[in-house]
Design a protein. Structure first.
Length: 59
């Protein structure tokens, strides 16, 4: 069972990013398209976030 949480960066906007954390994966979806879910391994998402933070000019 997924327990979806609204991203704190979404504020009170109608279109929000929802996140669900499971054992070794993170699931992401947009509130206006809840049937489309991106599932990524926690290690992979962590590596992506670290790379983006380390290279802010590559956005």
């Amino acid at each position: 069972m997924n327990v979806w949480q609204k991203s704190s960066f979404s504020a009170d906007a109608g279109n929000c990013v929802n996140v669900a954390s499971l054992a070794h994966v993170i699931k992401l979806r947009e509130s206006d398209a809840p049937d489309t879910v991106l599932t990524v391994a926690t290690a992979t998402l962590g590596a992506l976030i670290r790379a983006v933070k380390a290279n802010p000019h590559v956005r």
